[in-house]
Design a protein around this ligand. Structure first.
Ligand SMILES: Nc1ncnc2c1ncn2[C@@H]1O[C@H](COP(=O)(O)OP(=O)(O)OP(=O)(O)O)[C@@H](O)[C@H]1O
Length: 206
């Protein structure tokens, strides 16, 4: 089992609740704007504290309110790809990727620079600055940077939003490759039904 989540959080007037028991592959959080999908990713990453519940990934407890366990984000080892990518604008693509790699403790590294570059097809972009990339290229680089930090699991927040059809296809294929070749547990947020069905091994409605 990969994700075992039971989360309750009140934010303003909204009560966010999510229950996920997933196997391998991609678990999709699907639902309308404001349902709390990004908040769930933040709780799994350790950026937002749930009011109740637990977060377990591959049998490791990252948070358990009752047992008073609350690992800090850096010990959870999430590869969190935010909706806007958040590449460093002043660094080249290659330097953005190397930044991810430096965050990984050497003994934890399980994938190398060349393997990530090949998997995501970004070798021709290494010298470029983020502002010169297309939306799809930037998303693939952000996924690459997250992978190089040797995550135990990936959190992808609306990875194809604000992209045109061709770029959506490019990013969806990259996620399929990560899913099928790396066997990393992935929690992915979308409000696009087609994308949920295409990428999700299972869909959790919120
Ligand atoms: N910092 C905050 N303080 C108070 N309420 C917040 C805060 N951030 C988000 N919320 C509220 O929490 C709820 C869930 O927000 P969240 O961003 O997790 O939803 P979402 O499903 O990811 O939405 P979207 O698809 O629009 O990104 C919303 O009602 C939102 O208004």
């Amino acid at each position: 089992m990969s994700f075992d989540l039971s989360l309750v959080k009140r934010r303003g007037d909204t009560l966010i609740a999510a229950h996920v028991e997933g196997g391998e592959g991609v678990t999709v959080l699907f639902g309308p704007s404001g349902a709390g999908k990004t908040s769930v990713l933040d709780m799994v990453a350790g950026l937002l504290r749930p009011d109740e519940g637990h977060v377990r990934v591959d049998g490791v407890t990252l948070f358990d309110r009752a047992a008073r366990i609350d690992l800090p984000p850096e010990r959870r080892r999430a590869g969190y790809v935010f909706q806007d990518g958040r590449l460093f604008p002043h660094l080249s693509v290659g330097a953005n990727l190397r930044y991810g790699e430096r965050r990984a403790p050497p003994e934890a590294r399980w994938i190398g620079f060349e393997a990530v570059v090949d998997l995501l097809g970004i070798g021709h972009l290494l010298a470029r600055r983020p502002r010169t990339l297309s939306g799809g290229e930037a998303r693939r680089v952000a996924i690459g940077r997250a992978l190089l930090a040797a995550p135990r699991f990936l959190l992808l927040d609306e990875p194809t939003s604000f992209l045109d059809r061709a770029r959506r296809e490019e990013v969806a294929r990259a996620i399929e490759d990560v899913r099928d070749r790396l066997k990393l547990p992935i929690l992915l947020v979308t409000h696009d039904q087609g994308e949920a069905e295409r990428l999700g091994t299972r869909i959790v409605r919120m």
